[in-house]
Ligand binder design. Sequence first.
Ligand SMILES: C[S@@+](CC[C@H](N)C(=O)[O-])C[C@H]1O[C@@H](n2cnc3c(N)ncnc32)[C@H](O)[C@@H]1O
Length: 494
Amino acid sequence: MARFDVNIVVIGDASCGKSCLLQRLLTNRFVADSERTWGTEFGAKRIAVVLPDGSQRRVSIGVWDTSGYPRFHLTSTRFLAGAHAILACWDATSRRSWDSLRAWVRQRLPLQQLLLNDGHLYVGTLVGASAGDAVVEAREQEPAAQVFLAACKSDLVERPQQAQRGHGGSAAPPAEGLPGTGSGSPAQSLGVSVEVEHWPSLSRLQQEEEEQEPQQQVQQQQQDERQAAAKAAAERGGGRGRAAVDQYSASTGASVLWTSARTGEGVLECFQTIAQEVLQRRWAQQQQAQQQPQPRQLQPARPQLPPLSGMLVPAAALLLGGPLLAAAVAKAALGDCFHLELHRGRLYVQAGVPSTGPPLSPGAVEVRPTGVPALGNGAFAAQRIPAGTYLGDYTGELLDRPAFFARYPNGVGDFTAAVDDEWAIDAVRPVGDTATFHPVHLNHSRGRANVRRHYARAARRISFFATRDVQPGEELLYDYGRAYWRGREQMELP
Ligand SMILES: C[S@@+](CC[C@H](N)C(=O)[O-])C[C@H]1O[C@@H](n2cnc3c(N)ncnc32)[C@H](O)[C@@H]1O
């Protein structure tokens, strides 16, 4: 997942209004017949939020709009990794959509467990083979996405009068039987008091699932239903369906955000609330971490001389006779100590040769917070990793120069790795995915490096190898190289 201040993944049933919500956020337009989402779509925007210290800041949010169609569930679930927030949407006019939203939250995070903690629903990682026998471990900091609930199409139903946002039911008018007022366990309180007839669009979703209606007929039906929904909402004058929403919100602690892509009401506010709450929580975690004794103190990096001594011979040959001669001389002079590659008219000389060591055994590397806020996560050996072990390739999206600068106009991509002067690999997806090891999680150290990367530029591969035996608990680190740190703040890890 790319690096935005706040990564938001939107989930929910097909046709509940997720895509319209995103369209409205990004373009401020309502696109009534937006096409179904195939796989996952993405949009980014900068929005203003108020920080806990009262200051205003513009932050970038990345929003992944996942498909609600069953065949895409796997893809959609994959995108949850690395999310700071999960926005679970439902169609406010449809009881069926609401029921299936709850199913989404409960079932479609198969390796995760929802945990209630200080007013938010956190997603903790399950460690183990299956949900049945797994040991549930809520990781203390990562990857805990906050879950928010968004009512789409709320212009068609009654909404809270005082505020468009309910948090644990608190901003909403009192609803009967709210947990916290002595109504019983959360499980008992989940919407049991709601009757189907108060969710007028039941028939529409059934028809959409069958996917056999001619488009015109469906549109006409949607329009009829909208009118019916508005009428029903006016008649019931209080939105009895809301009681279920409030109850669920109260029992889970997830904020409810009421939105209408049609009128635009609540849409920007919805994303502002999410960004604000994510940043607030991050801020609180940072404060907490600063108060605790740091397990490791960072020291400013000491300048080091480049290790060039062994390259003087090929360098001289390069000057005198060009790359081909240099390659030949270096090969003869240095043998296996150096790996030489002539690529796009340049001679690249790398210390060492690609390893022939054993591949990494599953579970041998654990990705977890380093305990140093500025560093974020790191990769730690969970068992002894023998010298020469192949740790994996830096995989991701291959970007050519124009694509790279279109995405990172200032030329800085924290999770990108340059292959040569034309190509870079952007590890968009795995960032934040702490369930699986990817070399993107390796932090930098010059003095303590126990990993080295190897380039095969023609093949556009960057591979990583352990340079020595790494003991359990040790962090895996490699030298990012001087170019990476140009204009950035580097720390040498003790
Ligand atoms: C490729 S990521 C490394 C993994 C990352 N820490 C994570 O949470 O997944 C690169 C970023 O990690 C941080 N980082 C890694 N090593 C560092 C170091 N020695 N000093 C300062 N920042 C470092 C910087 O923010 C850098 O842009």
